[in-house]
Design a binder for this molecule. Structure first.
Ligand SMILES: [Zn+2]
Length: 277
């Protein structure tokens, strides 16, 4: 496991990035990706995410979102913290953490000339507010979610206001894996346990190489190493099973795992408007 993490970091460090000069100048035939910084979360006691480890220690989590641009369509993966948070300069605090947003996702999309109304697909790892904060922006997108997550989507008061514009959107409801464009380059992988319908995504980038975006399968590298399951996960055994399945998949593809909330990995990745090819 340790070897895999070190390899992953090396691969991340070797990624090449090409800045854009105001204009988007991409070959339409090539898959590429943008990473957005959509706020961060300061947790008061990290042991809620890693029972028995680092009790009482605070930590910071990144909250990214991703635009995957395939020749046959754009896919948004997760949407970060809600743009409304930008109105609260000191962030918002609950019993577990303080969430802050420095720049809205809308603003970051506008910078690369992407109108969220034109994005064809919206896939979310799961229904927590730090992943669906701006889902409502993608009103014309076909949703790609596991069926358990879709069933809960418009039923739960705590998430309804973040997704209520998507009630009539087309939806592809999954009970397994899904090859989005049919060519093996973008594959949703069922990885339940954190929530009933949690999923991760594989992206086979032509230059940076194959990556898996974690959703909340893990929250930081140490939890991957120790296989720790957050105390509030929906199902601990299902989480551990998903971790093993996704690790085997990562190995079979020789892929890098990007742990979305990991603040160290965040520092190693250039964000939009840079392009990851
Ligand atoms: Zn999360």
């Amino acid at each position: 496991m340790k070897k895999l993490i070190i390899l992953s970091l090396n691969v991340l460090l070797s990624w090449t990035f090409q800045p854009v000069n105001g204009q988007i100048n991409m070959e339409p035939s090539q898959l590429h990706m943008y990473v957005f910084d959509v706020g961060d979360i300061n947790v008061f006691d990290i042991s809620n995410w890693s029972p028995g480890i680092d009790v009482g220690k605070s930590a910071k989590f990144a909250c990214p979102a991703f635009l995957i641009r395939h020749p046959n369509g754009d896919l948004m993966w997760d949407t970060g913290l809600s743009d409304f948070l930008a109105d609260s300069p000191n962030g918002r605090t609950n019993s577990l953490f303080t969430a802050k947003l420095y720049r809205t996702l809308s603003d970051q999309l506008m910078e690369i000339n992407v109108n969220p109304m034109d994005v064809e697909y919206l896939a979310i790892s799961h229904l927590h507010s730090d992943h669906i904060g701006n889902a409502n922006l993608f009103r014309n997108a076909t949703l790609i979610v596991q069926e358990e997550e879709y069933e809960a989507m418009f039923e739960r008061d705590e998430v309804l206001s973040l997704v209520d514009s998507l009630k009539t959107n087309k939806a592809i409801k999954l009970s397994g894996d899904y090859d989005v464009f049919g060519d093996g380059s973008v594959i949703i992988k069922r990885a339940i346990g954190h929530t009933p319908g949690h999923q991760v995504i594989f992206v086979d980038l032509p230059e940076a190489g194959p990556i898996v975006l974690s959703g909340d399968l893990y929250h930081f590298a140490k939890n991957r190493e120790l296989m720790k399951v957050p105390s509030f996960n929906f199902d601990k055994e299902l989480t551990l099973k998903s971790m093993k399945e996704i690790e085997a998949f990562i190995e079979s593809k020789n892929a890098t795992l990007l742990i979305q909330h990991d603040i160290i990995q965040k520092e190693e990745i250039l964000h939009s408007p840079n392009i990851i090819r």
